[in-house]
Design a protein around this ligand. Structure first.
Ligand code: MF3
Ligand code: CO
Length: 286
């Protein structure tokens, strides 16, 4: 009796990238473009893991949204984030990341990002605050932030928050499969500057998913057609930090984290984690 040959029994493990994707990447590489290394192109299983992490992350932000109020300390937000995250079987990614001491970043008014929750920082009527939440679930990372208005906020600051939200949407819409990372920053910079604002240069969006911060860097300024090729399966954040005044920032000398505007004017930020698909970005942190 002849041996039955199972077609796939001794075949090598299937490539995580389809042949047509491989060919397209080669086409761009041969023309001198920066292309993603294979590890940046996530498998469907990995994308599903990041999506589930994103569901917990969104739950955290929804909880903060329903709880935040004048008089609350940013340390209280930190406790909400920690308790919700661990009770959902996840870990807050910021905690002990590079020595960061808390579970979430809380950045009020002129604080651009990486604000450290503090019992002494009380939210006051008229403040704008960014709460930046990052979650690890089953080893998969997700990352998103929202702005919150505390009580009655002056129209100038509300406009900054709204335009920054538009910057995130416009940046995401500019990202097309087989476009370039630079398309995102170019669209964001154009919208921010058209509105009289500036784009923070020193901090960027980033690949995310298997680690907190992966390649590529996603600058929120720059030029179309530059930077890494965008390929379906890539997962990254877009998180524009938009300043009312000048784009320059300082880092707090004492805590080593808190980023502030140099001119002391307010800054806003919104962030989502996205996966590139065959027809544009899909949000994983809705
Ligand atoms: N969540 C931030 C981001 O959007 C990173 C914060 S790093 C931390 O990339 F250590 F401050 F948490
Ligand atoms: Co991020």
């Amino acid at each position: 009796m002849p041996k039955i040959k199972f077609r796939y029994s001794s075949a090598p493990a299937p490539s995580p990238i389809a042949d047509d994707v491989e060919r397209k990447i080669d086409w761009y590489r041969q023309r001198g473009h920066e292309v993603p290394p294979r590890k940046l192109i996530k498998t469907p299983e990995q994308i599903e893991g990041i999506r589930l992490s994103g569901i917990v992350n969104t739950g955290v932000l929804d909880l903060v949204e329903s709880s935040i109020r004048p008089g609350m300390s940013t340390a209280e937000i930190d406790r909400l984030v920690y308790d919700y995250t661990v009770s959902h079987g996840a870990v807050p990614a910021p905690l002990n990341y590079g020595g960061f001491p808390k579970s979430v970043c809380t950045s009020v008014n002129e604080v651009v990002c990486h604000g450290i929750p503090d019992e002494k920082v009380l939210l006051r009527e008229g403040d704008i605050v960014n709460v930046d939440v990052s979650t690890i679930l089953n080893g998969y990372y997700s990352d998103a932030s929202r702005m919150f208005l505390i009580g009655e906020v002056p129209a100038e600051k509300r406009r900054l928050v709204e335009v920054t939200k538009e910057c995130l949407r416009i940046g995401a819409e500019a990202a097309k499969p087989y476009g370039f990372v630079g398309d995102i920053g170019a669209a964001i910079q154009r919208h921010a500057e058209k509105n009289g604002y500036s784009v923070v240069r020193d901090l960027c969006g980033h690949g995310v998913g298997l680690e907190f911060h992966e390649e590529p860097e996603v600058a929120h300024y720059g030029h179309r057609g530059t930077g890494m090729l965008l390929v379906p399966g890539m997962v990254f954040t877009i998180e524009p930090m938009i300043n009312m005044g000048d784009w320059r920032v300082t880092v707090d000398e004492r805590d080593g984290w808190t980023v502030r505007t140099r001119d002391g004017l307010p800054s806003a930020q919104w962030e989502h984690t996205f996966v590139m698909t065959g027809n544009g970005l899909k949000i994983l942190t809705h």
